[in-house]
Design a protein. Structure first.
Length: 244
């Protein structure tokens, strides 16, 4: 019986066919995306990122187009959406002027009407809240709302024991900034400790608070002896500091 030995050319062809193919390098032409028209979702995603960065928004920004999307006539491997005219403030309906750039060349300058929603968790009252009560997250629930429509709602990242309720709040109502205030550390008509420092010189005295004041606020203090008023900053309970 004769055994046929494959030729060297045949063996080489088999080796090339079964050898693993090398990975495509990042700069290889095969890695370049194919040219395509600008899709509606791609446009809205790019515009959303731009608006979030421009307005420094916190939360989840959702955009929609009330009119039908018209795809630009050209195709490109890389599209850019450049906002050339921003509204003064973000709103539920905005007129935004954009430049559409296709592979570095201007494809269109156009104006879009967009509808926007900024979703974020805010506080809502779980039970009745009384005027003067200390802020307590245990009395509240988180609720997800559109902050472009509920602009005065208080986000859940805000709130600690330094806040008090400035008015009563009924159960189920969203908490607003008008409902909250800083707890006064000094109160009008009370004697408070006043400190002042300049270099190595430290002075302390008593002063009469002429108004309520929360941490960090500037308040008017009266010298009980000279009857002269001056400004100091609240630094602690019944303690203010004069700054030069």
């Amino acid at each position: 019986m004769k055994i046929r030995i494959p030729s060297l050319l045949f063996l080489a062809a088999v080796a090339l066919a079964t050898a693993p193919r090398p990975a495509v390098a990042a700069g290889d032409p095969a890695a370049i995306p194919a040219a395509a028209p600008l899709a509606r979702d791609e446009f809205l995603s790019a515009l959303s990122r731009d608006l979030v960065a421009h307005y420094n928004l916190e939360g989840e920004l959702e955009l929609d187009l009330p009119r039908n999307w018209t795809t630009p006539d050209c195709v490109a491997r890389h599209w850019q959406v450049v906002v050339s005219d921003y509204p003064a403030l973000p709103a539920g309906s905005m007129l935004v002027r954009c430049r559409l750039v296709a592979d570095g060349a201007v494809a269109a300058d156009t104006t879009f009407i967009v509808r926007a929603s900024l979703w974020r968790d805010v506080w809502a009252a779980r039970q009745p809240l009384s005027n003067g009560a200390a802020f307590d997250p245990a009395l509240l629930d988180a609720r997800r709302v559109d902050l472009l429509r509920e602009r005065d709602a208080v986000p859940v990242e805000v709130g600690d024991r330094s806040f008090i309720f400035l008015r009563s709040v009924q159960p189920g109502r969203l908490l607003t900034w008008r409902d909250l205030g800083r707890r006064p550390l000094i109160r009008k008509g009370e004697l408070v400790e006043v400190s002042a420092a300049e270099g190595q010189l430290n002075i302390t005295m008593k002063g009469l608070a002429m108004q309520n004041g929360a941490l960090g606020e500037a308040v008017t203090i009266r010298n009980p002896d000279s009857r002269k008023d001056f400004t100091a900053f609240v630094v602690d309970e019944n303690h203010v500091q004069v700054r030069f």
